[in-house]
Design a binder for this molecule. Structure first.
Ligand code: G3H
Ligand code: ZN
Length: 291
């Protein structure tokens, strides 16, 4: 009997390490992530945002993960990352995802709570019906939206939009979520000139106030020490996307420059698999204090 994602999160929490969550848009990224996780023998979460999911296909994503989990017996899990409506969360869970993030931070707080609660209730109902252990995560406080290279901090990201322990406690109690993604200085994407520093003391206070595992979004571009300090204080999952996208693109560009005649996608894209694997291996080693 394989362990559930909830059990792996609990294990990571006890061990003071974090599980890596990496986004994919295609098969090469999945192969790179799987290759790195397998090399280190660590559980891993694959995330697809609504846009990434639309490109890959919901059913296809579920089938890919199922193949690795059931036939290769590997602890790899599938997360519906930043889904913006009940309908898209429900569709992902119905298709077989292990978890979903209902991202309703742009809504007024009471609407965010109502929508999040609706997703939690649905996940509970589906878990009961299917015997699967489905997790729901929600975000509180603003951390920007795009996994891309940014010239400056996104508008609206500031000390003022960071999550407070009081708000977090209220939100968690009102919704019953399994995981919380707070705003603690983190930002989606990589800011030219450097990402802002994180606030581990805020992680500690939010963790104490809520008592549930916390997820660090916007991991790309974060300083190593900030990761370690936040993981120590209660972060159990870390999301990385932009760094993977950059590695993928640069590897393909470099390969095509040096092999302008090559037309076989599996030869061209092998360079992307290797580049993604290198990024993921380095991040996983750090999150698990293996270096
Ligand atoms: O949900 C996805 C992540 O939070 C990725 O953020 O692109 O800054 O690594 P990132
Ligand atoms: Zn995110």
């Amino acid at each position: 009997m394989q362990k559930t994602l909830r059990e792996y999160i609990l294990e990571a929490d006890k061990a003071g390490v974090a599980i890596g969550h990496f986004n994919i848009s295609n098969l090469e990224a999945l192969h790179g992530i799987y290759k790195a996780a397998k090399k280190l023998n660590l559980p891993v979460i694959i995330g697809l945002s609504e846009g990434e999911e639309k490109f890959v296909g919901k059913g296809e994503a579920v089938a890919l993960i199922k193949e690795l989990r059931e036939n290769e017996h590997y602890p790899i899990f599938l997360n519906a990352d930043h889904h913006y409506s009940f309908e898209t969360v429900k569709a992902a869970l119905d298709a077989g995802y292990d978890s979903a993030i209902i991202d309703a931070v742009k809504l007024p707080l009471d609407e965010n709570i109502a929508l999040t609660k609706k997703c939690v209730d649905y996940a509970l109902e589906l878990s009961k019906k299917t015997g699967r252990d489905i997790l729901i995560e929600a975000e509180l406080g603003f951390i920007g939206t795009s996994s891309k290279i940014l010239d400056a901090l996104p508008e609206g990201v500031s000390e003022k939009t960071m999550t407070t322990p009081e708000d977090a406690k209220h939100f968690v109690e009102a919704t019953g979520i399994d995981l919380l993604a707070p705003s603690i200085g983190n930002v989606h994407g990589m800011v030219r000139g450097g990402n802002p520093r994180l606030h581990p003391e805020r992680v500690k206070a939010i963790r104490e106030a809520t008592g549930i595992p916390l997820v660090l979004h916007g991991g790309s571009g974060t300083m190593d020490q900030d990761f370690l300090d936040c993981i120590k204080e209660g972060i159990d999952i870390v999301h990385i996307n932009t760094e993977i996208r950059v590695a993928y693109k640069e590897a393909v560009e470099k390969f095509l420059q040096s092999h302008p005649e090559e037309i076989a996608p599996y030869k061209i894209l092998e360079s992307a698999v290797e580049a993604v694997a290198l990024v993921v291996e380095a991040r996983l080693k750090l999150f698990n204090r293996m270096q």
